[in-house]
Design a protein around this ligand. Structure first.
Ligand SMILES: [Zn+2]
Length: 435
């Protein structure tokens, strides 16, 4: 029997009490210990001691990734460095990395929050977890490691890379739970099939915990079919802890927030106004009990919504919907907002193509030109010009109907789009002035 966490099924009023108390303590601690918050709250005329309700929190100013960068590395610590046991950094793709710091207590929370994914997967000491998230400064590897250790399962800390060895390990060590990015799971699945293995026969997989990048329902269905297991989505970010902020249960209908540790709001990204449950917007997180790197109203830039209603699984914590993408993944093509996931949703209607694609943005004159490169399945006759042009035309018109924007489709050979061992690079932006 898997370990249980009583708060996961506690009455929601009890969770709200924990949240409200935690929010207030966190805001006061931030104000007293972090000069950035003191100034930001004072400038906004916000007194953290005045928080009596969730509405009061909505008067507090936001904190952004840029604020964290401006105060990197140690400016946002709420405890002396001597109390910090571990630090992680977010991938600094745009320059300065931001730091996530953990006291012993913070690591305990992280262990148990990621562990909720293992609880949902019904993991116990009979399970074998293969962790092929990258270990290191990226929070994926160690987050998965802590959570899987907590569950009592046997842990294989293989990290990312050497995909054929991943496949042999899956088979030879009887892995039951695979933990990595969804795109790497797909690469492992395709490699296994190429090596002549039949995952349904040769593997003992029953669940995958895949996060760190958005993936569509179609992508999930493809993965589940290839590896004969059930895929659970996990969400998190270094700035608020790492993976485990929210995890999907076996219902596969949204990710349960770890609400006793995180308070979530959904805002209109343009106005900052808090939106009611059910509406899509930007996720904003306040930590309730993080010691080293607390945040008050952190703008995640991730687009989701709170799913109204209760989940049949029995967990009482509210759910966020699967991510549409990030505000900064959103492509603005000739004035139209497009998320890569919307493109994926269109492609799933075409059996002739696989889940691998890449979007290339370029300019011709003053116009944006978007090319969607998509791999065909191996049995598609790429040498037949008629078949290629026919299918390209069909996908183009489906995209035009769904997104109201013209996208050029280019079919490419299977395996021609570069595979990644971590997060997939879906968008290549060649537009002038962007890179
Ligand atoms: Zn559930």
């Amino acid at each position: 029997m898997s370990r249980q966490i009583p708060i996961m099924t506690a009455p929601h009023e009890q969770i709200e009490q924990i949240q409200l108390e935690g929010i207030k303590q966190t805001a006061v601690r931030c104000y007293e210990n972090i000069p950035f918050y003191r100034k930001s709250f004072d400038d906004a005329g916000f007194d953290p001691r005045s928080i009596e309700s969730f509405d009061d929190l909505a008067r507090a100013p936001f904190v952004t990734k840029q604020d964290l960068r401006d105060n990197a590395p140690y400016g946002m610590l709420a405890v002396p460095l001597s109390e910090v046991r571990e630090v992680h950094m977010s991938s600094g793709t745009t320059g300065v990395a931001t730091l996530g710091a953990y006291t012993s207590h913070d690591i305990e929370i992280w262990r148990e929050c990621f562990g909720r994914g293992l609880v949902f997967a019904n993991a116990d000491e009979n399970d074998v977890c293969q962790i092929c998230y990258g270990y290191g400064l990226f929070t994926g590897g160690l987050g998965a490691h802590y959570g899987s250790m907590w569950s009592g399962a046997t842990v294989i800390p293989i990290s990312a890379g050497n995909t054929e060895r991943q496949v042999r390990t899956l088979r030879d060590l009887g892995t039951t739970i695979l933990e990595c990015t969804p795109s790497y799971a797909m690469h492992i699945a395709d490699t296994a099939i190429e090596m002549g293995l039949d995952p349904a026969r040769d593997f003992h997989l029953r669940a995958g915990i895949h996060g760190a990048e958005p993936f569509s329902d179609a992508f999930r269905a493809d993965l589940e079919r290839k590896l004969d297991y059930k895929v659970l989505d996990i969400y998190g970010l270094t700035e608020t802890m790492g993976p485990g902020v929210a995890v999907e249960c076996m219902e596969q209908d949204g990710l349960h927030l770890a609400e006793d540790h995180f308070y979530a709001e959904i805002i209109n990204p343009a106005t900052g106004e808090v939106l009611p449950d059910g509406e899509w917007g930007e996720l904003v997180i306040t930590t309730t009990d993080r010691e080293a790197s607390p945040v008050v109203r952190y703008r995640t830039r991730d687009i989701t919504r709170i799913i109204p209603g209760e989940c049949p699984c029995g967990c009482t914590h509210r759910r966020i919907d699967r991510l549409h993408g990030r505000t900064d993944d959103m492509l603005i093509i000739r004035g139209v907002n497009v998320f890569p996931s919307q493109i994926e949703d269109v492609m799933k209607h075409f059996d002739e193509v696989s889940s691998w694609y890449q979007i290339e943005l370029d300019t011709r004159g003053s116009l944006d030109v978007v090319t969607l490169k998509v791999e065909t399945n191996p049995n598609f006759p790429l040498d037949s010009i008629g078949a290629v042009e026919g299918l390209q035309g069909k996908i183009q018109s489906a995209l035009k109907t769904a997104l109201s924007v013209g996208i050029k489709v280019k079919l490419v050979e299977p395996k021609s789009i570069p595979r990644s061992e971590g997060k997939a690079k879906r968008v290549i932006d060649l537009r002038k002035g962007i890179n």
